[in-house]
Design a protein around this ligand. Structure first.
Ligand code: UDP
Length: 458
């Protein structure tokens, strides 16, 4: 009798990590696998609360949770605290979950799929002698930069605490863009102690990942060939989320506001700027107001995601006085959008984005050009692919006060709308990515991966 593979999926506890791993899990369910999806308790509650009523995912995937080591009210944006708490509490709890499954399911856990940021979970699987897959939910180029940490230290670019020693741009491989050391993921934190924690974590993950049977990456070879050539053991199987193939809302931390799709239906084709900063990025009040005034003075239509925690000191009273009345129905504001569906809508003309990787590939897969507004983590590096390598968008310049001003916002919007070549290149790249997913390299790699998942328990 053929055994049904039972897979335990463990995301890093952040929205941009949970969503693509959930999408992969839905794919694996379609291929006949059983999935136990292990969120942190904090995120599990949000996911359950945000689930739409008619989503039958709970019949398909077992949604379970383990504590992340922080109390319910503690600040999970404090990465130092969160990282330390995770390391202390999650490994033991994950082991308990796996042991429980092994006791109740006669075939036991056949494989774990672990976010690469959670290398310790690969260690648990190794200890329990379970096959393991490291899942990288971001660009291969970012993973390459993390894999290069010890070389960067040896070459004297950074020291062993992650501090930058040489400021000049470097190329990690001949076919990758020049990277500014201050754009590295670990370099964006103002607190050197946090940089050190991240560097140590990266070094640990780099070791752990060597024991993985697969390293799969939510990207496409065609998007970043240089990065994949440099580390051929990294297998591109993406983009997973790009077109929301299963239409499931599972994994979102906030309920999607579907009404905005009706508003989009009423707008002319190729007319709307979609503005969204992902799940984590925060704007200060001045910047938020400049953005509002920039959108207003552009006189263009816009759909803007203003998350409940988007503004540093809270969203109450943050809009410039009279803003909503002045823009009227040409602007539509939501707390959380069905982003993949929005980007696939014909009314969308461009995406003003923080350049998180999921947002990047969702836009690329839908042929939508960008206005880039990155803040930290991998976002600066993603911007350099969007603007300099693929040439699909424009970045913003800050003024002398470190703010992106309303005139700059309006000017860049006018420039992007006034140059059709951005859209043309976006459509070209969309075609390449989509053909990779439908029968091309990503599709073949994904097929091989699924075969492996199935045969190991056959
Ligand atoms: N997202 C969404 N609705 C929104 C804003 C974002 O569904 O209103 C989704 C988006 O489609 C993406 C994820 O949230 O899949 C954000 O991931 P990304 O890597 O872009 O950014 P992060 O949140 O990790 O900074």
């Amino acid at each position: 009798m053929v055994q049904i593979p039972h897979i335990v999926a463990i995301p890093y506890p952040a929205q941009g990590h949970v969503l693509p791993l959930m999408e992969l899990s839905l794919w694996l369910v379609k291929e006949g696998c059983k999935i136990t999806f292990v969120n942190s308790e904090f995120n599990h509650k949000r996911v359950i609360k945000a689930l739409s009523e008619n989503d039958d995912v709970r019949n398909k995937i077992s949604l379970v949770s383990i504590p992340d080591g922080l109390g319910p009210e503690e600040d999970r944006t404090d990465l130092k605290k969160l990282t330390e708490a995770i390391a202390e509490v999650m490994p033991g709890k994950l082991e308990e979950v796996i042991n429980m499954i092994n006791e109740s399911d006669e075939n036991g856990v056949s494989c774990v799929i672990v976010d690469e940021n959670m290398g310790w979970a690969l260690g648990i699987a190794e200890k329990l002698n379970i096959r393991r897959v490291a899942f990288w939910p971001a660009a291969a180029a970012t993973l390459v930069s993390l894999f290069s940490v010890s070389k960067l230290i040896d070459d004297g670019i950074i020291d062993s605490d992650g501090a930058i020693l040489k400021k000049q741009g470097i190329r990690l491989s001949p076919n990758m863009p020049i990277m500014n050391p201050s754009d590295f993921v670990w370099a964006c934190f103002p607190d050197p102690a946090l940089t050190k924690i991240i560097i140590d974590l990266v070094a640990d993950n780099n070791e752990r990942v060597k024991s993985a049977d697969w390293i799969i990456c939510n990207s496409v070879k065609e998007l970043e060939p240089g990065a994949f050539d440099m580390f051929p053991q990294v297998t591109p199987i993406g983009p997973l989320l790009a077109t929301n193939r299963f239409g499931s809302s599972t994994g979102h931390f906030w309920p999607e506001d579907l009404n905005c799709l009706e508003w989009l239906d009423q707008q002319p084709h190729n007319s709307v700027i979609y503005v969204a900063f992902g799940s984590f990025t925060i704007l200060d009040l001045t910047q938020f107001q400049e953005l509002a005034l920039g959108l207003e003075s552009s006189k263009r239509r816009f759909l803007w995601v203003v998350r409940e925690n988007l503004i540093l000191d809270g969203n109450d009273g943050a809009y410039p006085k009279g803003f909503k009345d002045r823009v009227g129905t040409r602007g539509h504001i939501v707390k959380w959008a069905p982003q993949q569906k929005v980007l696939a809508h014909p009314s969308i003309a461009c995406f003003l984005s923080h350049c998180g990787w999921n947002s990047t590939i969702e836009s690329v897969s839908n042929g939508v050009p960008f206005l880039c507004w990155p803040y930290f983590a991998d976002q600066l590096f993603n911007q350099s692919y969007i603007c300099d390598v693929w040439k699909l968008g424009l970045g913003f310049d800050k003024n002398e006060f470190g703010v992106i001003g309303k005139e700059e916002i309006k000017n860049k919007m006018d420039k992007l709308f006034g140059d059709v070549t951005f859209k043309e290149r976006a459509l070209d790249l969309q075609a390449k990515v989509n053909s990779s997913v439908k029968g091309g390299s990503s599709n073949k790699m994904f097929g091989k991966f699924i075969d492996w998942i199935k045969t190991q328990s056959g």
